[in-house]
Design a protein around this ligand. Structure first.
Ligand SMILES: [Zn+2]
Length: 129
């Protein structure tokens, strides 16, 4: 069974939807109910730019049960071209190739299997460009 949280996050996970404050223009990802900059509660939905640069990264060698069997993998903080920063797994990369400041692009990928049924959960991961 799919969890309520996963279901709620589908617009962000599948389409990179963020909330843009209509008063000050601050973009929040994931979307918020109140703007952290000006306290406004009026937002429009915008789609984030899917390209950016790698700010920092680490290699996960011992992971939680959900990611058992997938280690080692790289996780990084990516700053997208529109200024939004997010944490994401870095896929399809030899760890020796990773460098801070590299250009990356977000792609749609399987993130994990959930529950006893092994339901596939999807979202975004970064790949080098
Ligand atoms: Zn605002």
């Amino acid at each position: 069974m799919i969890t309520p949280r996963y279901h709620r996050e589908i617009p962000q996970r599948y389409r990179l939807e963020a909330g843009k404050c209509q008063k000050c223009g601050e973009v929040s990802f994931p979307p918020r109910l109140v703007c952290p900059n000006c306290k406004s509660q009026e937002f429009e939905t915008v789609r984030l730019n899917d390209e950016g640069k790698l700010l920092t990264y680490t290699i996960i060698r011992v992971a939680s049960d959900k990611f058992f069997g997938t280690t080692p993998f790289a996780v990084g903080i990516v700053e997208l071209n529109d200024g939004v920063k997010l944490t994401t797994q870095i896929a399809d990369v030899d760890f020796d190739q990773l460098k801070i400041g590299q250009k990356v692009k977000l792609v749609f990928r399987k993130i994990q299997d959930e529950g006893k049924s092994g339901l596939h959960c999807y979202g975004y991961k970064a790949v080098l460009v």
